[in-house]
Design a protein around this ligand. Structure first.
Ligand SMILES: Nc1ncnc2c1ncn2[C@@H]1O[C@H](COP(=O)(O)OP(=O)(O)OP(=O)(O)O)[C@@H](O)[C@H]1O
Ligand SMILES: [Mg+2]
Ligand SMILES: [Zn+2]
Length: 506
């Protein structure tokens, strides 16, 4: 008869939770009972753990074994509890003691052969452990480098159950994993110095970066919509420590981190194809739910190229996350929440035939209207910047040019503009202009003088501008002022913001 307990970490969405795994071994018919809300993968754990224990050279305790995972009300998903379950059963059976663990939490999936397999989401698990004052962790050897991204924890990696047993029984030390301390290398992603001309497009991109405004590029094929959109991350400020950890954790849960991961410092850029499913965009899957493109783009950019080609129900699935800044994925066992605060960039041709020159377009006026109409409603309502691009002429592309401004030069202005906005909005619930509610912009002390907004008032009176459109222009005007180093937008900032909206979708 015996009892033992050990700590592990469970994951619900992006949230890690300390879990206690306890085992009770008593005489009686040989059975294994698992309790504490186990899902299907936990039931499979019973068989995996048994095979792994035998293949680690241990005799299976043929007794009545009860394993319980606490707290009971926490949904437990995935195979990450295997290692803890195996070890705690052996301890309760009196085969080994857990003293050498020093309170360490165990994370790891077991193969039938007794190998410890990597699991998804080790980074958020270890981060949660650290927050719960669990500073020692034993993780799969293949995840050790990832676990070390969390500061202030002591990590040991194990490759097999036998290795962990040798440590607990005979004190054979576990290898200390090595750290990758050097920062993320300057990657040579696409740079704005590749883009010739296209002043308005470049300016719109810079405004989008500075105010974190959602952006739509419209225009004929070859206008440079994709070219520009792909360069937005190159002019976004690097992620803060907290944001970098969050983004890297989401990529960890998706199983997308490389073997020697570093914190993701550059705002992510996700460009799902227009044939993508709703699950690929917002997340899903069984067992440990995987984040979709919109969560992988958290704190970065979600680029929907050829956006009107997306299926209507897929576009619909984006509404709630764009509204709330997070995704909720419903499951029988409870829903999973992933953060999803993205900057949306849409690109669209003006019509479905995509021929190009309007003379050659074979679409009816109705078809043209319907095409962009697919984007209207809640999606387009949130897009502050809607810009139509005209292609740069072949002559301009071929001709001798001054080298276009580089992304590094633009980034400097973006960083200064963000700082100015953050200072202005300090004490408010938001820090970028795109999140400024119209009601704040329309009331003191931020209300602009009537002379400054004259053109907008005129548009409103003529019925060519909606109240929502009015607020969007104000937001953009503030960003233009921030970029120019003005403390308050002047008339030309407002007029420029208005110009950037003409010819938009809605
Ligand atoms: N301003 C520009 N400077 C340099 N190259 C350009 C420019 N505009 C277009 N190009 C060239 O033309 C190609 C097509 O541009 P891009 O793919 O961005 O067009 P698009 O607007 O996305 O068109 P489509 O609607 O067909 O997707 C680019 O890969 C680039 O080589
Ligand atoms: Mg394109
Ligand atoms: Zn057409």
């Amino acid at each position: 008869m015996g009892y033992a307990r050990v700590r592990s970490i469970g994951l619900v969405g992006l949230e890690g939770h300390a879990v206690t795994v306890e085992a009770y071994v008593a005489p009686g018919l040989p059975t294994v009972t698992l309790s504490g809300l186990p899902d299907t993968s936990l039931n499979e754990a019973r068989d995996r753990v048994r095979a792994a224990v035998v293949n680690a050279g241990q005799e299976w305790p043929n007794r009545r074994i009860t394993v319980n995972l606490l707290p009971a009300d926490l949904p437990k998903r995935g195979p990450g509890f295997d290692l803890a379950i195996a070890v705690v059963i052996l301890a309760a059976a009196g085969r080994l003691t857990l003293r050498a663990l020093g309170g360490a939490a165990l994370i790891g999936e077991l193969g039938l052969d007794g190998q410890v397999r990597p699991v998804r989401g080790v980074l958020p698990m270890v981060a949660a452990a650290a927050r719960a004052q669990i500073r020692r962790l034993v993780v799969p050897a293949d995840n050790a480098a990832e676990a070390l991204l969390v500061p202030g924890v002591q990590v040991r990696g194990v490759a097999s159950l036998a290795q962990l047993i040798d440590f607990l029984v005979a004190g054979v030390t576990l290898p200390v994993p090595t750290t990758e301390t050097d920062e993320e290398p300057e990657d040579d992603g696409p740079d704005l110095s590749d883009v010739v001309g296209q002043e308005r497009g470049r300016f719109a991109l810079e405004i989008a970066a500075a105010g974190r405004h959602h952006l739509a590029f419209l225009g004929l094929p070859g206008a440079g919509k994709t070219l520009l959109a792909q360069r937005l991350p190159s002019i976004l400020p690097p992620l803060s420590d907290e944001a970098a950890l969050e983004v890297t954790a989401l990529h960890s849960i998706a199983g997308l981190l490389p073997a020697a991961p570093r914190l993701i410092r550059r705002p992510p850029f996700q460009a799902p194809h227009h044939t993508a499913t709703a699950a690929a965009l917002v997340g899903g899957g069984s067992g440990v739910v995987r984040p979709g493109a919109i969560s992988l783009a958290h704190h970065g950019v979600l680029f929907l190229d050829e956006a009107p080609e997306l299926k209507p129900h897929v576009l619909n699935a984006l509404r709630q996350p764009l509204e709330d800044g997070y995704v909720l994925i419903a499951r029988a066992q409870g829903s999973t929440k992933f953060p999803a605060r993205v900057q949306l960039v849409l690109a669209a041709n003006p019509c479905p035939c995509g021929v190009g020159a309007e003379a050659a377009c074979s679409c009816t006026p109705l078809a043209r209207r319907r095409y962009l109409g697919r984007l209207s409603g809640p999606l387009v309502d949130r897009i502050d910047l809607q810009v139509t691009l005209a292609p740069v002429s072949a002559a301009a592309l071929a001709g001798p040019i001054d080298p276009p401004e580089s992304s590094a030069a633009v980034l400097k202005r973006v960083i200064a503009a963000r700082a100015a906005a953050a200072a202005r909005w300090s004490g408010q619930a938001f820090e970028v202009n795109a999140e400024a509610p119209g009601r704040v912009l329309r009331s003191t002390p931020f209300r602009l003088p009537a002379t400054t907004t004259a053109a907008l008032t005129h548009d409103l009176e003529r019925g060519t501008l909606s109240a929502r459109g009015y607020d969007r222009i104000l937001r953009v005007a503030w960003t233009i002022a921030d970029l120019a180093g003005r403390t308050v937008p002047n008339k030309s900032d407002v007029d420029e913001a208005r110009q950037l909206r003409l010819g938009g979708i809605a």
